[in-house]
Design a protein around this ligand. Structure first.
Ligand code: SAM
Length: 342
């Protein structure tokens, strides 16, 4: 439906034929609009986590001249989104890469900068639904969990080869699992009998190892271990730590970036990187930022925004989402920031 500014912004229900509603879609669209309006002509939107292409489709519809580049490390996601977005012709380009390959991907397409970038982190509904990939603990499946099926390391490799103390570290750090050492010891004991291959045996071990009172209050006993293994298999945090500064550097002046995180470790990386760019490095007490020391970004969100109850009802995946957004400031050399009120 055309909005007051004449832009036809399809609502989140578009793409419902693909069986999922993109998370915080309306909010992301509104945040990106000033960076690509009125129609996206000459503007580049990078979807760093293409998935099924839900967010990308909304942008392609809302801004009929916008160029969209979709990145994903998952070849299944690239294939599905490419088929879905084929009607948009050469306005959409997909690149199979991790998001920390963003600069190289844009360079290979002859694009020097981005005007809008989205990171919708974590695992996609398609990855969870493809049960043979081992992301879901609710079905017995091979312990794989690779987002990129061409990567070498699987969850089974970790369970069968890591030393107990390394396994415990992974479970504690990436799963925030209180019983990490106990679980690691049980895995090492069990794998001496036979290596782990599918998820049911691991889930049964977790039921047997996590004490009953903790099982009653701490959510599904496999949730934290599966999250930890997935993060380790895919080296998710290292990739994000490398990608965030790269994406910030690729944004054109006035360009905007939106992050949706689903667990505290991801959100902390985003928050820290944004804090670094939005603070002044001019010594306290000076009325103006010294050249080259002022903030290069401004936050567009106050803290981390959460989905509304209505949205969570519509799309339960939105429940843990934390959204942060920022805008690149114009070149400070041309526009020094007056801090006399600071
Ligand atoms: C939550 S889904 C994105 C869903 C998408 N916004 C949509 O509307 O369909 C996250 C996607 O990011 C991808 N991904 C995760 N880590 C990645 C990385 N380091 N580099 C590139 N893609 C990654 C996953 O393979 C998955 O397809």
């Amino acid at each position: 439906m055309p909005a007051a500014d004449g832009v036809d912004r399809a609502g989140p229900a578009e793409g419902a034929g693909y069986g999922h509603v993109p998370v915080l879609a309306r909010r992301a669209l509104d945040l990106f609009t000033p960076a690509v309006a009125p129609d996206g002509a000459g503007r580049v939107y990078v979807d760093a986590t293409l998935g099924l292409g839900g967010h990308s489709e909304l942008m392609l519809r809302a801004f009929p001249e916008l160029t969209v580049v979709g990145l994903d490390r998952d070849t299944h996601a690239i294939a599905a989104a490419t088929a879905r977005l084929a009607p948009f012709g050469d306005r959409f380009m997909a690149v199979h890469t991790r998001y920390d390959g963003m600069a190289e991907a844009l360079d290979s397409l002859g694009l020097p900068a981005a005007h809008a970038v989205l990171f919708d982190l974590g695992v996609s509904s398609m990855q969870l639904d493809q049960t043979d990939r081992g992301f879901a603990y609710s079905v017995d499946a091979p312990l794989d969990m690779r987002m990129d099926p061409t990567d070498p390391l699987t969850a089974a490799d970790i369970l069968n080869t890591y030393e107990a103390r390394d396994l415990a570290r992974v479970l504690r750090t990436y799963g925030e699992e209180k019983f990490a050492s106990k679980i690691a010891a049980a895995v090492v004991r069990e794998r001496a009998r036979a290596p782990f291959t599918t998820s049911r045996r691991l889930v049964e071990l977790l039921y047997a190892t996590i004490p009953a009172p903790a099982r009653r209050t701490g959510g599904h006993p496999a949730k934290r271990t599966f999250q930890a293994l997935r993060i380790e298999v895919n080296r998710e945090l290292a990739s994000l730590e490398a990608a965030v500064p790269q994406a910030l550097d690729l944004l054109a002046p006035d360009g905007r970036i939106v992050f949706m995180s689903y667990q505290s470790l991801e959100d902390r990386i985003v928050k820290t990187a944004l804090a670094e760019r939005t603070r002044s490095r001019t010594p306290v007490g000076l009325p103006m930022d010294l050249p080259g020391t002022g903030p290069t970004f401004a936050l567009l969100t106050r803290g981390a925004e959460r989905a509304t109850e209505a949205e969570i009802e519509d799309n339960p995946r939105a429940a843990p989402a934390r959204l942060r957004a920022a805008q690149r400031l114009p070149d400070p050399a041309q526009n020094p920031i007056d801090r006399s009120d600071a």
